[in-house]
Design a binder for this molecule. Structure first.
Ligand SMILES: Cc1cc2nc3c(=O)[nH]c(=O)nc-3n(C[C@H](O)[C@H](O)[C@H](O)COP(=O)(O)O)c2cc1C
Length: 177
């Protein structure tokens, strides 16, 4: 395992101010290809991705997404295909489904960072409005949007941490006494 992977993990930050410089098709495909390798509960692979480049569609998505501060040139919507979930008789409330969204999201954001691109996840949006804007199939549940672009040169730093934390603050060894 290379040090570069650890550096990529440690230096990725959410970027909320982006330029309108386009992202190439090859870069988008590289991010999607990386997500295909993300771990998936039971190897069910229920995630489906919608890539949005069209300016008007992005504008509409932003209108219904109060948590989207970026004007990113590319949006990748991570959906859970509930038809796959039903076919495999997985309960719709199975927590692995949302965990799958998280593994795909982080994999995409690390891939974007490795390609020199900026990214930011958004969950604050109207799911119902997104379904209408994108004319999603009935079984598609829109779970998270990954904004992809290039960091604006004068972008402000991300949200201030409540408290500087280390892994030690987050970890217990063995059982609680
Ligand atoms: C489940 C989840 C939902 C998030 N939703 C949003 C969001 O709606 N809008 C946003 O700007 N950032 C969102 N974020 C990004 C977090 O605010 C960000 O990861 C956190 O502030 C730490 O910043 P860092 O990833 O740059 O270290 C979300 C992150 C996660 C994991």
């Amino acid at each position: 395992m290379s040090e570069a992977v650890l550096q990529c993990i440690k230096t990725r930050r959410v970027v909320r101010e982006m330029t309108d410089e386009p992202v190439t098709r090859e870069q988008i495909e590289a991010i999607l290809e990386a997500a295909r390798w993300a771990p998936s509960g039971g190897n069910l692979r229920p995630n489906r991705y919608i890539v949005i480049e069209d300016a008007e569609t992005r504008r509409l998505v932003r209108l219904v997404s109060p948590g989207m501060f970026q004007e990113a040139p590319v949006l990748i919507l991570i959906c859970t295909n509930m038809d796959v979930v039903a076919e495999q008789q997985v309960p719709p409330s199975d927590r692995a489904l949302l965990i799958d969204v998280g593994t795909a999201a982080q994999t995409m954001m690390l891939a974007a960072h490795a390609l020199g691109l900026a990214s930011g996840p958004v969950t604050s949006y109207s799911k119902e409005a997104i379904k209408v804007i994108l004319n999603l199939p009935a079984g598609y549940s829109p779970e998270m949007i990954i904004c992809v672009g290039r960091r604006a040169p004068d972008a402000r730093p991300g949200m201030r941490a409540f408290k500087r934390i280390t892994w030690r603050d987050l970890t217990h060894w063995e059982r609680f006494t």
